[in-house]
Design a protein around this ligand. Structure first.
Ligand code: ADP
Length: 428
């Protein structure tokens, strides 16, 4: 059709054309106007080449333009690529704009592509309704106003750009999620493998400790029999050797017993419930009273000890180890004094075992909780080096934490932190 177009070039398009030194003739852009932003295409269908050129002058910097002169060519172009919007001339010879729109709407891939019909201002209402019933989103009347054309087309181009950006973000998010999922799966696998090997190690150390006890007991027993029954026939050196064998076997037995306790803590089910610290601490103090007496130690217990959620056996073992350490690591000649008190911190209870002993340099504060970590020889302070490892393992298995404040010569303040019991502990 012969479409009369009064295209008023915008300042932008005018400047661009002048820059190119091409006079007033509009040029076909080869590049999208916004490189870096996703390329968005606009399909212009008009049988009059001058109209195509005129529209191009206005829309060149809005998106990538594809110009065709018939309905058939438009359908072909739509098979090849996606468009943000189609500017469709209504009056074309052969297949007119409405027929072309009907065919476009029939294809699934193009049924939602916005179509703006370009038609004469004289268009009747019926004519327009026909266009809308074919899925037209808008009409542009000739003579076309450049600003109106630009702004109407820009709306759809921006819409596509935004949805491309959203899709890109969604893809990036999905990729990030995928990476995260893989990392979590890898970590889970590593944790499972670690747990498996820890379990194996614990089972191994448990069975080794268990099996070692019998021969050690035999060594201890027969060495004692030898001393008792044949001691008179032995000279001093032989008796001294035998004493050393007995002492060695006793130490080995103590080590094995501690290891057994430690490894048992790793794989026994610990049932948790409300425990009265007041009651538990007084039971422990009663049990170790021979040791307290032998060391002339002074144990003082705060009388407001609360209740915690714990396992009685594991917590009792931990507290006993801390009290006996508090009495043991004291300089020669000093009376051991151990104070037991508690502090409530929100929903947690911190039980303090405070001594007046030799103290511990800060660099060893975490090391001493490892198995066999000792800061002294057995001659200075006897022990197996497993006591604090038992404390930590037991407390952690009860969802608690352990720690200490200490410095050489200043005594030590060990603490065990456990969840406070909400309900009162059952009587008895
Ligand atoms: P053990 O008491 O059998 O040596 P532990 O695991 O109980 O083993 O303690 C590890 C080491 O931590 C001890 O050998 C000692 O050096 C240090 N230690 C533990 N408790 C105290 C304490 N209350 N005061 C000073 N040092 C301590």
């Amino acid at each position: 059709m012969a479409l009369s177009m009064e295209i008023k070039p915008t300042a932008e398009t005018r400047a661009r054309r002048d820059d190119a030194g091409r006079g007033d003739e509009p040029q076909t852009p080869k590049q999208p106007a916004h490189p870096g932003r996703g390329e968005v295409s606009i399909l212009i269908v008009d049988d009059t080449p001058e109209n195509l050129v005129a529209m191009e002058a206005v829309l060149a910097d809005v998106g990538r333009l594809v110009k065709v002169t018939s309905g058939q060519e438009a359908l072909r172009a739509l098979l090849k690529e996606e468009f943000a919007v189609i500017l469709l001339d209504v009056n074309m010879p052969g297949m007119n704009g409405f027929e072309t729109a009907a065919l476009i709407r029939q294809r699934k891939q193009t049924e939602h592509v916005p179509i703006i019909f370009v038609t004469a201002i004289s268009t009747t209402d019926t004519h327009m309704f026909k266009g809308y019933s074919l899925g037209a989103v808008d009409y542009i009347f000739t003579p076309v106003n450049a600003e109106v054309l630009r702004s109407k087309v820009s709306v759809f181009v921006e819409l596509v750009r935004k949805s491309q950006a959203v899709k890109l973000q969604a893809r990036q998010l999905q990729e990030a999620n995928e990476i995260l999922r893989t990392e979590i799966a890898t970590r889970q696998k590593a944790e499972e493998a670690l747990k498996e090997s820890n379990d194996e190690l614990e089972a191994f150390s448990y069975s080794v400790s268990h099996d070692l006890r019998a021969p050690v007991r035999a060594m201890q027993g027969f060495a004692r029999v030898l001393v008792e029954d044949y001691g008179e026939n032995l000279d001093d050196a032989a008796r001294d050797y035998l004493d050393r064998i007995v002492a060695g076997a006793c130490r080995m037995d103590a080590l094995i017993q501690d290891l057994l306790v430690y490894s048992r803590l790793g794989h026994t089910e610990l049932s948790l419930g409300p425990i009265s610290l007041k009651q538990l601490v007084s039971e422990i103090v009663r049990q170790i009273s021979p040791d307290i007496g032998a060391k002339h130690a002074e144990i003082s217990v705060a009388d407001d000890l609360p209740e915690v959620v714990a396992n009685k056996m594991a917590l009792g073992q931990a507290i006993e180890n801390l009290i006996t350490n508090g009495m043991k690591f004291v300089p020669d000649g000093r009376q051991p004094k151990v104070r037991i008190e508690a502090q409530t911190i929100g929903k947690l209870v911190r039980l303090w075992i405070i001594d007046n002993g030799i103290g511990i340099p800060e660099e060893y504060h975490s090391r001493i909780f490892r198995v066999f970590e000792r800061l002294h020889t057995a001659e200075t302070y006897p022990g197996t080096g497993i006591g604090l490892a038992i404390v930590r393992k037991g407390v952690e298995r009860m969802n608690g934490h352990v720690g200490l404040e200490s410095a050489p010569g200043k005594g030590s303040r060990f603490w065990i932190e456990l969840p406070a019991a909400m309900a009162p502990a059952p009587a008895g």
